[in-house]
Design a protein around this ligand. Structure first.
Ligand code: SF4
Ligand code: SF4
Length: 311
């Protein structure tokens, strides 16, 4: 299975889990019932200021069963950052997955905009297909936003209540406000995506510092021993979803790098499978020079056989 497909699968799994967080009561504050759910445990604020708890009505139990699992997730983040860098941002983050779905839609809309201009100038017959697919894309964007808005509204409204309103098509003003706010947040976050991932996302920030300071963290490396084989095609730069220069990572880790590996795949498309110049590596050490010399020699041989030239 290719790296790209594998990443799409892990991203889809992360997105599905995130959408189900409210429905599974992993994290939810139901505003109307004033009940807090953490890791499946209920904490209800009664009007008299007393509380009810699903963890045997015991605050200590609630702390252990409800709060502790989330605390463990947060505590593990710096450790993860020090070992695998921001790998989880690139491979599991649901927000990143939403960004990449939005990128897909944006690319589709580029053709649509061009066709729309042609259409207005009376020359749209040639691109009817693009116009149709553009309209489908706009429809898909609206539907995806509504679905994401409905799921994430579950953080504040009970999922059963959301389902009741959707199935009866009777929407309360509160649901409309929460849903619209969630959709606006998704759009805003996408617009400021790089700043969001670098400076706003608590998960990302918690992993970034250990990632950068750890001498052993997983990072993207450029094989300097085979640097002469680089065709300077720029594929790796264009593939980078965080808009950074993957080849420069050897000199200094870029804290924005989410170890998604898209640059590695892009380089393999240029150089051939398993012959890319970019690769994952732990720490800042150089690739085994012996192995690299072998790879270079075999590549030179392959290029000679195919009549290609080394730049
Ligand atoms: S440098 Fe490579 S691994 Fe890092 S974010 Fe860019 S494409 Fe992903
Ligand atoms: S994709 Fe590979 S060959 Fe192309 S510029 Fe990047 S490192 Fe060089």
């Amino acid at each position: 299975m290719s790296r790209k497909i594998l990443r799409r699968i892990t991203q889809a799994a992360g997105l599905v889990l995130a959408l189900l967080i409210p429905a599974l009561d992993l994290l939810r504050y139901d505003i109307s019932a004033r009940t807090l759910y953490l890791s499946g445990q209920l904490w209800a604020f009664a009007p008299e200021g007393k509380y009810l708890s699903g963890a045997g009505g015991n605050p200590v139990q609630f702390l252990f069963k409800g709060v502790l699992p989330w605390a463990l997730v947060f505590i593990s983040l710096p450790v993860l950052g020090a070992v695998i860098g921001r790998f989880s941002c690139g491979w599991f983050c649901p927000v990143g997955a939403i960004f990449e779905i939005a990128d897909f839609f944006r690319r589709k809309l580029t053709g649509f905009k061009r066709c729309w201009t042609q259409w207005r100038h009376g020359d749209g017959r040639a691109c009817r297909k693009e116009l149709f697919s553009g309209l489908l894309t706009v429809l898909s964007i609206v539907i995806s936003l509504l679905i994401a808005g409905a799921f994430f509204s579950g953080l504040l409204i009970s999922p059963s209540e959301i389902w009741r309103q959707i199935s009866s098509l009777e929407f309360s003003p509160f649901f409309i406000i929460v849903n619209s706010a969630v959709m606006a947040m998704i759009v805003g976050t996408y617009i400021a995506r790089r700043a969001f991932c670098s400076y706003v996302c608590l998960f990302g920030i918690t992993m970034t510092i250990p990632f950068v300071v750890s001498p052993l963290s997983l990072r993207i490396r450029f094989d300097t021993t085979r640097a002469s084989l680089c065709t300077n095609c720029g594929r790796c730069d264009r593939a980078c979803i965080m808009d950074i220069k993957p080849r420069a990572q050897n000199k200094k880790i870029n804290p924005r790098c989410i170890n998604c590996g898209e640059c590695i795949t892009a380089c393999e498309q240029e150089q051939g499978r398993k012959r890319g110049l970019l690769y994952y590596g732990f720490g800042a050490g150089k690739k085994n020079p012996k192995k690299s010399r072998k790879a270079t020699a075999s590549q030179l041989g392959a290029d000679r056989l195919s009549g290609g030239s080394i730049k």
